[in-house]
Design a protein around this ligand. Structure first.
Ligand code: FEO
Length: 401
């Protein structure tokens, strides 16, 4: 179909992926305001090799692109870097359409191919670091377990020096016509890439660090990830970003996240933000957790060295939007950031207690900035000074970074 053309990366490597501008929530959780790309790549030559597929609902244009490049309908290999259905969703159909295709994966890929698709033949199982010949190409495979599934791996075409990096270096946002880094709006791309990293990969930042060490040992000319643009102009740029994020390196800024029902707690958060600015914190972001997207807030918290949480109490528990935030931060295993806490209540204190429990459970992941503050209804008298003291201590902490 016109419009479904493959896009040439080199004389024998083609992008055959799809743009998804219809799905609202990735994994049913994370908003996709700019859509998302599911990238798949076809390498032609002595052997025709497909690297990953696409989400099942979007396979029509993908299959069309593949078919255009394979006029004799011969597909020799399908390299499966990752079995999550946004990439492996069309695997079963590819096997039916190209029954001779050999699926290349690792032992865990094979297990999942059986489980998802009942496929247990024509499988080639590779080991970590193994190099195999596929037609006239030599592929080296590196297993990258838990980045972000156990079977995740990357594939490196040694002759073209192309890394097929799967979710690593991937991001939200469909590509807007241009699929290459030199054609893209890099501010949008890297912002959505970081949101993807924090919310999809973030829990596994340490395995990502190990994966990155493997990747950095390769002589890379082009990075072809499973989401987002192909990095042909400056792959080192995206490697540098990933390194910073996986090391949880932060910048000097403070996020103020609050939960408020009637505005008294919101006023404390706004006061705190102003006090931080007055003390020279150059970047302060304020989020109403009843109305802010969790993935955006978590990304900002990952970026910055300070967080102040201001929350009311609800039904003798932590206010649900703040409880959700705290659960997310805990599940992402964030560490190395300063945190300040202010809880409010009208008749039964719970918010400060539950937030303090979260910091204690973290066993040093978060560095508590004193004083912890508990306020009944709204601040009075000395409590204003206590709030100012928390702002001063937080400003001093993040500026020392
Ligand atoms: Fe893009 Fe983990 O799938």
């Amino acid at each position: 179909m016109p419009g479904n053309d493959a896009i040439k990366i080199s004389d024998s490597i083609f992008w055959v992926g799809v743009q998804d501008r219809e799905t609202d929530l990735f994994e049913g959780l994370w908003p996709l305001p700019y859509g998302i790309a599911y990238n798949s790549y076809l390498l032609t030559g002595e052997a025709n090799i497909l690297v990953d597929t696409v989400k099942g609902q979007f396979m029509d244009s993908f299959l069309d692109r593949v078919a255009q490049l394979l006029p004799d309908r011969r597909l020799d290999y399908l390299v499966v870097n990752h079995m999550e259905p946004d990439h492996a969703g069309s695997l079963g159909v590819i096997r039916r359409l190209y029954p001779e295709v050999k699926i290349v994966g690792n032992a865990k890929t094979a297990e999942m191919a059986r489980s998802f698709f009942n496929i247990d033949d024509n499988l080639i199982t590779v080991k970590d670091g193994e190099t195999i010949e596929l037609g006239n190409r030599r592929f080296t495979f590196a297993l990258t377990p838990m980045v972000h599934w156990p079977e995740s791996m990357v594939a490196y075409d040694t002759d073209s020096r192309t890394l097929f990096s799967s979710d690593i270096f991937g991001g939200f946002a469909a590509t807007e016509g241009g699929i290459f880094d030199d054609e893209a709006d890099l501010a949008l791309v890297t912002g959505e890439m970081m949101r993807y990293f924090v919310n999809i990969v973030g829990r596994f930042a340490d395995p990502a660090k190990s994966a990155l060490a493997r990747v950095k040992s390769l002589d890379i000319k082009t990075i072809c990830p499973s989401h987002g643009p192909v990095w042909r102009r400056d792959p080192a740029h995206v490697i540098g970003l990933y390194e910073k994020w996986s090391l949880q390196e932060t910048e000097d800024g403070v996020v103020v996240a609050y939960g408020s029902m009637y505005g008294n707690t919101r006023a404390i958060a706004e006061r705190m933000a102003r006090a931080l600015s007055e003390r020279g914190v150059s970047r302060v972001s304020v989020y109403d957790m009843s109305r802010s997207d969790l993935s955006v807030v978590a990304t900002d918290i990952w970026r910055n060295s300070g967080l102040i949480v201001v929350s009311c109490t609800y039904n003798m528990e932590l206010y649900p939007p703040i409880a959700r935030l705290i659960h997310h931060l805990e599940s992402k295993k964030m560490r190395g950031r300063y945190i300040g806490l202010c809880g409010t209540y009208s008749w039964a204190e719970a918010s400060l207690r539950e937030m303090s429990d979260f910091v204690e459970r973290g066993k040093g992941n978060w560095m508590l900035v004193e004083p912890k503050i508990s306020i009944k209804t709204s601040p009075k008298g000395d409590e204003f000074e206590t709030l100012e003291l928390l702002a001063s201590n937080m400003a001093a902490a993040v500026k020392r970074q």
